[in-house]
Design a protein around this ligand. Structure first.
Ligand code: BT5
Length: 243
């Protein structure tokens, strides 16, 4: 991955994922990074927004793997592990950095990073491009986040620059992408599960048509969350289904 990676830096942009998509559609071959000092319309999942003040890391990697959309199942977990590696490299206590399904990285049970993966397939076949968008709270965190949020500075007392964080994140991500085997989800799932938050516990889950409590059991081999409902039935939940 590191050979010939391009990079764009914006002091301010709407969303690094949106910029990366525009560049992909315009024919940039990738891989390329889009990094912003600040985002005016940082995106979360399902139309939610990502608070994006100056000082945190907002980065998107666009690349064009020659694989099918269904081969991306392991990618969100690979990215979460790379973000976890990065927080630990900058002094976050290992035992406190956890992955929360589907796309959050927590430190001390508070959200310190979110990942937004967006992709586009060519007509009827392989992927055209994939964009991995990562927000890491280095300094700031919103007080109003429903789940509770934190930053690396808040946890470690150390301020890390955007440049240093981006460099280490890229290194950790490349190492994990290089080791990625699209037909073997189990080793990624096993590692992610070891550092995951909430498995084995009962949680309230919300899909577009219902809210229910379930015990979170683990990951299926296509990246779904397996949850046991109160009546004993098991349900597979996909990232797109859950709020
Ligand atoms: C995510 O969405 O967690 C994915 C966030 C991805 C952000 C990156 S930044 C670079 C790239 N460019 C973009 O435009 N996006 C990506 P979701 O699971 O929907 O979580 C969103 C929710 O997290 C919000 O509704 C808030 O409750 C909370 N939140 C917003 N900003 C936050 C922050 N900085 N830290 C912690 N929690 C936050």
């Amino acid at each position: 991955m590191p050979n010939g990676v391009g990079a764009f830096f914006f002091e301010v942009c709407d969303s690094t994922n949106a910029r990366a998509a525009t560049l992909a559609i315009a024919g940039e071959p990738g891989p390329l990074w889009v990094v912003a000092g600040e985002q005016s319309a940082g995106r979360g999942r399902r139309g939610r927004s990502w608070t994006s003040k100056t000082g945190n890391l907002y980065a998107s990697l666009m690349f064009r793997p020659h694989i099918r959309p269904q081969d991306l199942a392991a990618l969100p977990f690979i990215v979460a592990l790379a973000v976890r590696d990065t927080f630990i490299a900058f002094g976050a206590p290992e035992s406190q950095v956890q992955c929360k399904w589907p796309n959050d990285i927590l430190i001390g049970e508070r959200k310190a990073s979110g990942v937004l993966i967006e992709s586009s397939a060519k007509h009827g076949g392989l992927l055209d491009y994939v964009i991995i968008g990562i927000g890491m709270n280095l300094v700031h965190f919103p007080d109003d986040a429903a789940f509770g949020a934190t930053s690396l500075l808040h946890v470690t007392g150390q301020e890390v620059s955007v440049k240093d964080a981006a460099t280490v994140l890229a290194e950790k991500l490349y190492a994990r992408i290089d080791a990625w085997k699209v037909d073997d989800f189990s080793s990624v799932a096993e590692e992610w599960t070891r550092y995951s938050w909430g498995l084995g516990q009962q949680r309230v889950l919300r899909t577009h048509d219902e809210t229910f409590t379930a015990t979170l059991l683990g990951l299926s081999d296509d990246g779904a969350l397996i949850a046991r409902l109160d009546d004993g039935l098991e349900k597979r939940l996909y990232a797109g289904d859950v709020f």
